[in-house]
Design a protein around this ligand. Structure first.
Ligand SMILES: [Zn+2]
Ligand SMILES: [Zn+2]
Length: 297
């Protein structure tokens, strides 16, 4: 689907996942194309992406850059396989690059740290082994590739008439980046801003910083940009960026009020807080506090 002339949305299936699809974005240009996010590493996803690129008259060899908003499997997992077919430069934030080895290659240390983390957060011993390994099932969905072009934010990717500024937006993942095209007033938002759902903002062993304040700051960083079209990695294209940012701020403010009330005067572990919250208005707290090494999707 062509969103604006030159920018196409490709829908890559991520079955057994409530989101259904990863939205990959193809920016077409004579001097080489840009692909933002890829889907995960399955034959179905690879075939779907190849077919949709072909429908646009683009081969893997035509790609100049593959840029990844963050290294969750549904965004990054297919990259290693794609790199077998293209010389495209892989662009990822340097913080996300630092997670590749410990999450997807040599992960025993991270598993040990996860066990300690679960214990600190009050998870009973009997429940820990299953939670500790909860993210292991995604390993098969990731084919690791090392970035050719690690970034920090502020760099530009230029293809044809398009000039995408990289904006560092930590929160959902510490090295999450968005791509802003000022002249065309387009923001490729990854998982940072989605039209009807909010990304999980998780504390885990690799969350770094303080994820929720970081996330709210990152929302402010993009809210003021002149934008007509927002291209998210899930759900659908939308246009009302300032209003959506305001809704998300209000959502988190309300959640924080509920949590402070639930904690009351007594300190509680995350596990105890989750148990006491079941069945209440904000009972899905447990979902957004998911403790996984890779921090969800
Ligand atoms: Zn995602
Ligand atoms: Zn994600």
């Amino acid at each position: 689907m062509e969103i604006i002339p030159g920018i196409h949305q490709l829908k890559v299936p991520i079955p057994d996942n409530p989101l259904g699809y990863l939205n990959s974005y193809l920016v077409k240009a004579e001097d080489g194309c840009l692909l933002i996010d890829t889907g995960w590493n399955t034959d179905e996803a690879f075939g779907s992406l190849a077919r949709q690129l072909g429908d646009e008259g683009v081969s893997f060899g035509d790609l100049k850059y593959i840029a990844i908003t963050h290294v969750h499997p549904d965004h990054y997992g297919l990259v290693g396989r794609l790199k077998q077919h293209t010389k495209a430069q892989l662009v990822i934030h340097e913080i996300e690059r630092s997670f590749l080895e410990s999450r997807y290659v040599h992960y025993d240390s991270l598993l040990d740290e996860m066990d300690q983390w679960l214990r600190i957060n009050g998870v009973p011993e009997a429940d820990r082994p299953q939670l500790q390994r909860a993210s292991m099932m995604v390993l098969g969905l990731v084919w690791v590739a090392t970035p050719d072009y690690p970034v920090r934010g502020g760099e530009h990717l230029r293809v044809g008439d398009f000039d995408f500024e990289i904006i560092w937006t930590p929160g959902h993942s510490p090295g999450h980046i968005c791509f802003y095209e000022r002249a065309h007033r387009v923001l490729v938002s990854g998982d940072h801003i989605l039209p009807t759902i909010t990304p999980n903002i998780s504390m885990h062993r690799q969350s770094m910083g303080n994820p929720l304040p970081d996330y709210l700051d990152s929302l402010r960083a993009v809210a003021a940009l002149p934008v007509d079209v927002v291209l998210p990695a899930h759900e659908h294209v939308f246009h009302d960026l300032p209003e959506r940012v305001q809704e998300i701020h209000e959502h988190h403010a309300e959640r924080k009020r509920h949590i402070v009330k639930a904690i009351g005067a007594e300190s509680k572990t995350a596990t105890r807080l989750r148990r006491t919250s079941r069945g209440r208005q904000w009972g899905c707290l447990g979902k957004s506090c998911r403790l996984t090494p890779s921090g969800g999707q």
